[in-house]
Design a protein around this ligand. Structure first.
Ligand SMILES: [Zn+2]
Length: 78
């Protein structure tokens, strides 16, 4: 069975270009343009959107382990 890898969605903030080099307009003593590198804060330089991380407590989950037998216990027959 061929393994199918779905393409990850491209980050909408940087449009797939997470790292940009910006020239500051000044030149180094060597005569080269001084640049700074900035990474996309949304994808942290990956260029793809990261899957949402589930935060504990946000869902309708209860504390502790889930009860395998929900419902009130039946009273014993006399
Ligand atoms: Zn991005």
């Amino acid at each position: 069975m061929p393994q199918h890898t779905p393409p990850r969605p491209i980050c909408g903030h940087c449009d797939g270009f997470p790292t940009v080099t910006i020239t500051t307009g000044t030149r180094t003593p060597d005569g080269q343009r001084q640049t700074i590198t900035a990474h996309c804060p949304a994808c942290r330089g990956t260029g793809h959107t990261t899957p949402p991380v589930p935060t504990p407590g946000s869902g309708p989950e209860r504390h502790g382990r889930p009860d395998p037998h929900p419902g009130p216990p039946r009273p014993p027959r006399q």
